[in-house]
Design a binder for this molecule. Structure first.
Ligand SMILES: [Zn+2]
Ligand SMILES: [Zn+2]
Ligand SMILES: [Zn+2]
Length: 765
């Protein structure tokens, strides 16, 4: 009798792979066994239908399972098997287990949730092997119930029968439970008093629809929820959160409802319905009629479908088309996850609280994606994707690397056995609580990937980031080599990895990244061969009065950019007449900034493209104060989106030392002239945005010719701007180059840690 040994790697544990194998084996009269073995699944199969069996393993795999490789060999086996068995897990410590991410409710569970005759009818924590929490409930590995936060909820008799039956969908489903044995919901008022009700979700919906703001604890985190149809309520939430403009994502019950107010293409629809269930940024359509306060000025909006049973149940009791679903956190701090903190810290923000008694071991914010020209761009890669690893075997097979990212919008990455585990979204680590979250996150991800030591620690070049000093500390602790990686170099490495190229010229355009000349870079043309990089060109260096304060009030930067264009009195009058209210202290501050520039006092230099876009936005009166990351340039994009005019701005290139630079003063000068001529703001916005894009594109083409390279890429947060990204593409392709952009990774700083891990491992390997 033929006997084969099959070894399968990928996301094959905790996803029902073994029971599925059992069912296939039984159908095909295969005997033998299946077991988890460290980071892989091993099968011994004996019988007549071996080929069909192996084919079925990949063709009929469970929905969540991802197979990276199947290897099999015939073995000499004297033993006859008379049955097919699922053996106990054996932990092989040399491997790296791959824990699945949290997953949206599956079709089967949804059916049961709505089935009056099912014992889990309307049970808000319904889950099975194909869906439910994983990453956010797991404390340590191997992934068994007693090492998850489900340990507080021993299985009842009925659930245990399902759990132990290989033919049941809930065989070893660690999050399985029912209303007899599982977690439960409780509703609280603003005094933290429990409101007793037989149906807390129905009651919560009544309160929401009456105009209250609700904090709702979900699977991996907490949302603030309110109606989308009432301007006063949204404005009230904004006031209480001190979040005046940041767009709120909204949840609708189904795709048909979303289509009534947004344009959805096939890719977007598939992502919305996917088991990862991210927020997808889509364009508002012409029937969009929700209050502007939901996403002020923007032409797009983040939408999401229900992914946990609690969300599905919400929509069973309402006629509202959507609810605001925004992460419940104090701005700048991590999302709140434990009941006491939620009740305390959101006191005064939420009117009511719908909480449950299952602990969240590891918070995980909603993921946010946007499709740009058919390519998936992660704005935030978190719930549903973390901790699914990137395959980095081409850079390293055996090094253990910890890469700490930069500072804002941070993630960290652990590279082990050639797999790059990028953490969930951590946030801005210049806040203490977020920094703490980073340290907890490192501990947790090290634990679930069984990483006890590191060979390399990678950090940003910036000397003053908290992550840089943490890197020094950890490199001493582990006796690991410390590598400092330039910010845009890291962006470029991700781009190269994403598109499988080893050498490229690319545009790195973002807010800020510390350069090797100690200047704040952000509008760069770099050459890279993964291990090293060379700066080829950039935007013209500009003084940024007071540094960070000019980021918040971009009119200060605009004044600096135009400083040499006008004589001082002209400049003063221009700003006094047009932009005084965009300075915190009006005229006084205008005079002060002029003096500052005159004396060259506290005026760091930057080549940031993000800041130039902000200055265009303020020059056109679109956004004078930044209240969230990317606000001024996002609004610029939305205004420009409405233009079909082909107004052009002339480009001027200069030399800075040996380096070609695009003169951004010349662009802003023309913007002001066009505005003074009374041309339409949206047309100028489009022309100015295009000028920055084409200018960068031209310098990249020159750089690629110089380096004899045929691939040009573009990355960095600025590339979330669809118009800019597409203009660059068009220009570059017209010149005969292959254009690449992020596809399946973050263009923004969320993937800096991944780039750091790639570069440091590559250099060492
Ligand atoms: Zn399910
Ligand atoms: Zn039960
Ligand atoms: Zn960046």
């Amino acid at each position: 009798m033929e006997t084969v040994k099959v070894r399968i790697q990928g996301i094959v544990q905790g996803v029902g792979f073994r029971p599925n194998t059992y069912r296939i084996a039984k159908n095909l009269n295969i005997n033998g066994y299946v077991r988890n073995l460290g980071n892989l699944v091993e099968i011994i199969a004996q019988g007549e239908n071996i080929n069909e069996f192996i084919e079925s393993l990949s063709n009929e795999k469970p929905p969540v399972c991802k197979i990276n490789s199947i290897e099999y060999e015939n073995i000499d086996c004297n033993k006859m098997f008379y049955d097919f068995k699922i053996l106990e897990s054996s932990l092989n410590s040399s491997g790296t287990s791959v824990i699945p991410p949290d997953l949206g409710l599956c079709e089967n569970c949804l059916k049961e949730l709505r089935d009056k005759n099912n014992r889990r009818y309307r049970f808000p924590f319904i889950a099975c092997t194909d869906c439910g929490p994983r990453f956010s409930v797991i404390n340590s590995i191997p992934y068994d119930r007693n090492r998850t936060t489900m340990d507080d909820f021993p299985l009842c008799e009925e659930c245990l029968i399902e759990y132990e039956n290989p033919l049941d969908r809930r065989y070893h489903a660690e999050a399985s439970c029912c209303d007899k044995c599982g977690p439960s919901l409780s509703l609280y008022n603003s005094e933290s008093d429990e409101i007793f009700d037989t149906n807390p979700i129905k009651k919560a919906v009544e309160l929401l629809d009456d105009g209250n703001i609700m904090a709702m604890k979900g699977i991996g985190g907490t949302h603030l929820v309110c109606k989308v149809t009432d301007d006063d309520i949204i404005l009230n939430l904004r006031k209480r959160l001190n979040r005046p403009n940041q767009p709120f994502a909204i949840m609708s019950s189904d795709i048909e409802t979303i289509k009534t107010f947004a344009e959805i293409n096939e890719l977007e629809e598939n992502s919305l319905k996917s088991i990862e269930s991210p927020i997808v940024v889509v364009k508002k359509n012409k029937n969009y009629s929700f209050p502007d306060s939901l996403a002020p000025i923007l032409h797009n909006i983040g939408v999401i479908l229900p992914h946990s049973p609690i969300h599905h149940l919400l929509f069973d009791y309402t006629t509202e088309p959507a609810y605001v679903m925004t992460s419940a956190n104090i701005p700048g701090e991590p999302m709140l996850i434990n009941n006491k903190d939620i009740l305390n810290e959101l006191n005064g923000i939420a009117d009511y609280f719908l909480l449950h008694n299952r602990k969240i071991a590891n918070r995980c914010d909603d993921s946010v994606i946007r499709y740009i020209d058919g390519k998936l761009s992660f704005i935030r890669r978190s719930r549903g994707y973390t901790p699914s690893p990137y395959n980095l075997k081409k850079y390293s097979n055996d090094l253990n690397v910890l890469a700490l990212g930069s500072e804002l919008d941070l993630t960290f990455t652990i590279l082990k056995n050639g797999l790059g585990f990028v953490s969930q979204h951590i946030g801005n680590t210049n806040k203490f609580k977020t920094y703490q979250f980073l340290q907890d996150g490192i501990k947790h991800l090290s634990g679930i990937t069984s990483t006890n030591n590191f060979d390399l620690i990678a950090v940003d070049m910036h000397p003053q980031f908290f992550t840089s000093s943490l890197g020094v500390e950890l490199s001493e602790k582990y006796g690991a080599e410390l590598q400092k990686i330039q910010h845009h170099h890291a962006h470029g490495a991700v781009l190269a990895f994403d598109n499988n190229v080893d050498e490229l010229v690319f545009i790195g355009a973002d807010g800020v990244g510390y350069g090797d000349d100690k200047v704040a870079w952000g509008g760069e043309i770099l050459y890279s061969d993964i291990g090293s990089y060379e700066r080829i060109a950039s935007l013209s260096p500009q003084k940024i009065p007071g540094g960070d304060i000019s980021t918040k009030y971009p009119a200060r930067f605009l004044l600096s950019i135009l400083y040499d264009v006008y004589d001082k009195e002209e400049l003063r009058i221009l700003f006094l007449n047009n932009y005084a209210n965009f300075f915190k202290y009006g005229e006084k501050e205008i005079n002060m900034v002029i003096k500052q520039l005159e004396k060259d006092f506290n005026v760091p230099i930057t080549t940031s493209a993000g800041r130039v876009l902000d200055s265009i936005s303020v020059a056109l009166g679109i956004c004078g104060k930044r209240t969230y990351e990317g606000e001024a340039s996002m609004k610029l994009e939305s205004i420009a989106y409405k233009s079909n005019n082909n107004l052009k701005i002339d480009l001027e290139f200069k030399k800075h030392g040996n380096r070609p630079v695009l003169d951004t003063t010349a662009i802003l000068k023309q913007v002001i002239e066009m505005k003074n001529k009374g041309l339409n703001i949206k047309d100028i916005a489009k022309a100015a945005q295009d000028a920055v894009a084409i200018g960068l594109g031209k310098m990249a083409v020159d750089g690629a010719n110089l380096k004899n390279i045929d691939v040009i890429g573009a990355t960095g947060g600025v590339m979330y701007n669809e118009a800019i990204s597409n203009s660059i593409k068009e220009h570059v392709e017209k010149q005969g180059f292959k254009f690449i952009r992020n596809n399946n990774s973050c263009a923004g700083d969320g993937s800096v840690s991944l780039g750091q891990a790639i570069i440091s491992a590559y250099r060492k390997g």
